[in-house]
Every structure is written in structure tokens, then in C-alpha cells.
Ligand binder design. Structure first.
Ligand SMILES: Cc1cc2nc3c(=O)[nH]c(=O)nc-3n(C[C@H](O)[C@H](O)[C@H](O)COP(=O)(O)O)c2cc1C
Length: 354
């Protein structure tokens, strides 16, 4: 068994175990609709065993970064349909990563009338890029009411239904990197005194409700979860991430999800991969700075079912073929990571230059 061995994860069929990690690339317009260059970009990378899309907002409130996509309007669903059709035409499989930023946003990057919301009204320290005014502080979020939380859970449910209508094979809940689900789970961002705050049991409730809503659309076998315990990105802090994630995963285990996608974090207080193995060891996707050899070994030894790669896919649309043929990898241009258009995005050639 190696990275090129096919794999079944729940309802997902992977022709190999080289997964493309989710990467925000800011190629939409202000309407959060996928563009033609995005169709090209994902088509070019369809030989991955599974493509996990960039983070996609379930609502206008869920948008935070400039030129990022949504999946809450008919036009957005149509745009994604063109992407999934292109990936499927190449024999690939693709899941939509549903990403609500919560407090990690700037009003300048969000549609008029949308809001920046969070479990508690605590602004993240730091700044984010806006096209209009360059780097700006994060918005002060509004604390979600109980009705507001229920509405956000419904947004995830609708986004999941929309993702299936758009032809995605599955959905992944983005629950790391300091965005809304992580804000609920962490003591530093969740000061609530109702049933969504306080104990670990209460702080993980939102994530469980969202997963149940997503699984309610067409079964848990089409739903994945992405975590990175103790990742401090976007000003996140939890007093006891081991306890929080034990509490979460002991309940997630019962849901029968397609997979658990774990970002390892060697400097953290939790051994993230060991944690993932303890609860969903038979359907674990590992991530973060894997080399081909290390990933091969992890899969061959049965430590991981698959490995996801982010940066290696940016300049190597044919990453799988390059590794199969032992060809060198290209390096990407940092300056075009988040700029509009095809340059530094869908114009990286294959090794055979086709
Ligand atoms: C440009 C860029 C954008 C990213 N956007 C997302 C995202 O939208 N959602 C997410 O979960 N992770 C995102 N990540 C993290 C990657 O999925 C991945 O965890 C990271 O690149 C480490 O994997 P690697 O060492 O193979 O690159 C992003 C990473 C990069 C480089």
C-alpha cells in the first residue's frame, strides 16, 4: 500500500491518496462567485485523489477575506457546478470546504449588509488585507444570540445542500485556524455563560450541531472535519486543547464521518496525529509539510489513510504524475498567491508542458 493505492473514505472514492489541501487563493470577484480561472485551476489538479476546495463561505457573514467564494446564492452554485464538472470530466473527486470566518474579517471584504459575528464580542488582535485600504484591523464582532447560533447552523446545512446541488462529492467543515468553529471551542474567544460556553462539553456543542446539520443533508459519509488543536493562528487560545478535543472527538467518533483531516503542529501542547488516530484512526488524512517520502512511509505503515499537500500543488498541477515519474517539483511565486487572474494561479505548466 502506498500513496498511489486507491482509497474509499465514507462515500468518497479516491483514485490515489495524494489529497490537495484547501487553499484560499482570492480569485473571485466581490460577488463571491467562482470564476473561469478557478475552473481551469481545479481541472488542472484533478489527478489528485481528492481535491479539497479553498474555504467557501456558507453565508455573507461567513466571508472575511477579499475575493473569496461563497455557496449561498444560485449564481455561486452555478459557478461551482462548472468547477466540479471540470474535475469530474478528468476523473477526479472534490469536496467543498465550508469556512465561516466568524470574527476574522473586515467589513471592507464583506458584502454590504453582512455582519462580523462571533461567540463573544472579542476582537482578534492583528490586521488583514483589504483591496480598498490595504492592511486593516479585524472588525469588532457582534456576539451571536442563541437564535443567531441556530441560524448559522442552518446556514451550514443549506451550504451543504448547495454544495451537493453544485456537484461536490462531499463537504469538509473547516474547524481550525481561528475561524468560527475554533472560536466556539476555545476559551480565549468564547466567554459565553449559556449552553455554548464554559465547559468543554458546552464549547464543542456548536461544532457538533454543525456537523449533525451537515450530515443531515445526505449522510455523514459525505462529511469530513478538519482540525489543528492548539494552533494559535488568528489570535486563538484555548486553556486546555487536549481536553477540548478529547471531548469533541469522543462524540464525533459516533457520527460516522467520511474522514478526519488533521494538521500536525509539533510546537503545540497536543500530539494532533496521535489524537486523531485514537478516535478516527481508520480514516485519517494528515497534513503539514509532508515530503513525498515521509507521506509514502506514513501510508505504507498504516499511520495515515492519505496525506494532503498544499503548497506543492500550487506550482505543480500534475503533482501526482511528477511523483509517479520521479520528476522534479517546481516552486511557486509568493507575490501572486492572492492576486486576481490567471498569473501565478492557472498558468503553472505541467512537467510535460501540455
Ligand atoms: C495560500 C494558502 C491558502 C490556504 N488556505 C486555506 C484554506 O482556505 N483552508 C484551510 O483549511 N487551510 C488553508 N491553508 C492551509 C493548507 O491547507 C495546508 O494546511 C498548509 O499549506 C500546510 O500544508 P503543506 O505543508 O502541504 O503546504 C492554506 C495554505 C496556503 C499556503
Amino acid at each position: 500500500m502506498d500513496l498511489f493505492t486507491p482509497l474509499t473514505l465514507g462515500a468518497l472514492q479516491l483514485r490515489n491518496r495524494v489529497v490537495m489541501a484547501p487553499m484560499t487563493r482570492s480569485r473571485c470577484g466581490a460577488d463571491a462567485i467562482p470564476t473561469h480561472v478557478m475552473v481551469d485551476y481545479y481541472r488542472q489538479r484533478a489527478s489528485a485523489g481528492l481535491i479539497i476546495s479553498e474555504g467557501i463561505a456558507p453565508s455573507a457573514d461567513g466571508l472575511g477575506y477579499c475575493r473569496t467564494p461563497g455557496i449561498y446564492t444560485a449564481a455561486q452554485v452555478d459557478g461551482w457546478r462548472a468547477v466540479t464538472d471540470a474535475v469530474h470530466a478528468e476523473g477526479g473527486a472534490m469536496v467543498a470546504q465550508i469556512m465561516h470566518v466568524g470574527r476574522v474579517g473586515s467589513a471592507l471584504n464583506k458584502p454590504v449588509g453582512s455582519e462580523t459575528v462571533a461567540p463573544s464580542a472579542i476582537r482578534a488582535s492583528g490586521t488583514m488585507y483589504t483591496d480598498q485600504q490595504g492592511m486593516q484591523p479585524f472588525d469588532e464582532p457582534r456576539e451571536l444570540s442563541l437564535e443567531g447560533i441556530a441560524a448559522v447552523v442552518e446556514d451550514y446545512r443549506t451550504a451543504t445542500a448547495n454544495a451537493f446541488a453544485a456537484g461536490f462529492d462531499g463537504v469538509e467543515l473547516h474547524a481550525t485556524s481561528g475561524y468560527l468553529p475554533a472560536q466556539f471551542m476555545s476559551t480565549g474567544t468564547n466567554r459565553r455563560s449559556d449552553r455554548y460556553g464554559g465547559s468543554a462539553e458546552n464549547r464543542v456543542r456548536f461544532v457538533l450541531e454543525v456537523l449533525e446539520a451537515m450530515a443531515g443533508v445526505d449522510g455523514a459519509r459525505r462529511v469530513g472535519l478538519r482540525i489543528c488543536p492548539d494552533n494559535p493562528f488568528n489570535d486563538l487560545h484555548d486553556d486546555d486543547p487536549q481536553q477540548t478535543f478529547d471531548c469533541l472527538l469522543s462524540q464525533v467518533k459516533e457520527l460516522g464521518l467520511a474522514y478526519l483531516h488533521v494538521i500536525r503542529f509539533p510546537n503545540g501542547r497536543v500530539d494532533n496525529l496521535a489524537l486523531g488516530r485514537r478516535y478516527l484512526g481508520d480514516r485519517l488524512i494528515g497534513n503539514e509539510s509532508y515530503t513525498f517520502d515521509e507521506a509514502q512511509q506514513a501510508v505504507a505503515q498504516g499511520e495515515l489513510s492519505a496525506v494532503s499537500f498544499g503548497r506543492n500543488f500550487i506550482a505543480n498541477p500534475d503533482l501526482v504524475e511528477r511523483w509517479q515519474r520521479d520528476l522534479p517539483l517546481a516552486t511557486f511565486d509568493l507575490s501572486t498567491l492572492y492576486t486576481p487572474g490567471a498569473a501565478g494561479y492557472s498558468d503553472y505548466p505541467r512537467a510535460d508542458n501540455t
